[in-house]
Design a binder for this molecule. Structure first.
Ligand code: AMP
Ligand code: MG
Length: 318
């Protein structure tokens, strides 16, 4: 897609809301990654997002709302959703629920994914707009999501109508997606909140086995999970703990040794999540061809990091 749009860059959320009302596409920060949003009730504007991202037509968008009290207007807020919303919303989690409002953009599924971001600017924009905003991550399809303002401007200036400036994402990986539309809740994509965390909030999850809850690989219930994802140009390898430094490869991990062509050494999983995608992008800029990602430590973030690293590794070009 050529870069011929006049892109307004501003930190004013009311300007962003105005552009959304006019059928434009807005790039905005959230606490997870940057998003590309359009009015959910404007088909043309939503389809423009697919053009900008080169996104496969069957990969649905997440509907962003300013408050969980808005969810019942578009989806069936069942008991699971009510319980989880009280502990996790606003925040980095997306619920898949039965859809009630057919005027909201959909790829034909009977369900809709909803999220209430906690990011101050995103939330102010949603409040000023006063309706649902459909948004996937702001990145070209297949590439790593964007977690830095500079990358957002570099990639999308000239392609979107407005870029909203605000605090950088603090989490760095996309939201946890949990399907609450059926009798069994299912994690479709791990994120900041892992299955174990969610069991603390939703004790009913304990009734189901982990296999029931994590069916992503066998049955791609979330259409987006089957595509090339999160991948830089370089070949990504999930390193073994004992992998030695290589002068012709980059590495990222916690407590790395020296001797890599380029490396990013982190103190914990939270820093790892926040840095992974910007590291991938920096490796591409540097023309690096091989990346070793060392395993995260036990605890929060491990599941999501391994999921994204594995997906990037599975996407290696032949
Ligand atoms: P992104 O915001 O780019 O991370 O993409 C949105 C993610 O949410 C993709 O993995 C989609 O497949 C998933 N998603 C959106 N709507 C639904 C839905 N109705 N059912 C299942 N997954 C969904
Ligand atoms: Mg995405």
């Amino acid at each position: 897609m050529s870069k011929n749009k006049d892109t307004l860059i501003t930190d004013d959320p009311s300007q962003a809301a105005k552009v959304l009302k006019g059928g434009g596409v807005v790039l905005f920060p959230t606490e997870t990654v940057y998003g590309l949003g359009a009015d959910s009730r404007n088909l043309k504007a939503c389809l423009e997002i697919y053009k900008i991202k080169n996104r496969p037509a069957d990969n649905p968008l997440i509907v962003h709302l300013s408050h969980s009290s808005e969810i019942p207007k578009i989806a069936n807020m069942n008991a699971f959703a009510k319980e989880l919303a009280s502990s996790c919303m606003p925040g980095p989690i997306t619920f898949v629920l039965s859809k009630l409002d057919n005027s909201v953009f959909s790829t034909g599924l009977p369900t809709v994914a909803v999220r209430v971001p906690s990011h101050s600017k995103a939330n102010e924009m949603l409040r000023a707009f006063g309706g649902p905003v459909s948004a996937p991550s702001a990145n070209l399809s297949g590439q790593p999501s964007i977690t830095r303002f500079t990358d957002a401007v570099h990639e999308f200036k000239g392609k979107v109508d407005l870029i909203l400036k605000g605090p950088e994402p603090t989490i760095g990986l996309e939201s946890t997606v949990i399907d609450l539309s059926g009798p069994r809740p299912r994690i479709l994509r791990p994120g900041f909140w892992s299955l174990d965390d969610l069991k603390d909030f939703l004790p009913e999850l304990d009734e189901f086995s982990s296999e029931d809850l994590m069916q992503e690989e066998e049955k791609p219930m979330s259409p987006g999970t089957k595509y090339r994802h999160y991948a830089p140009n370089a070949n990504v390898i999930l390193a073994e703990e004992e992998t030695r430094p290589k002068s012709d490869a980059a590495a990222i991990g916690i407590g790395l040794s020296d001797g890599w062509q380029y490396s990013v050494d982190l103190k914990d999983n939270a820093e790892y999540m926040k840095s992974l995608y910007s590291f991938f992008r920096d490796c591409d800029t540097k023309g690096i061809s091989k990346i070793y990602c060392f395993p995260p430590t036990e605890g929060r973030g491990k599941e999501a990091l391994l999921n994204r690293i594995q997906k990037a590794a599975d996407s290696n070009l032949p």
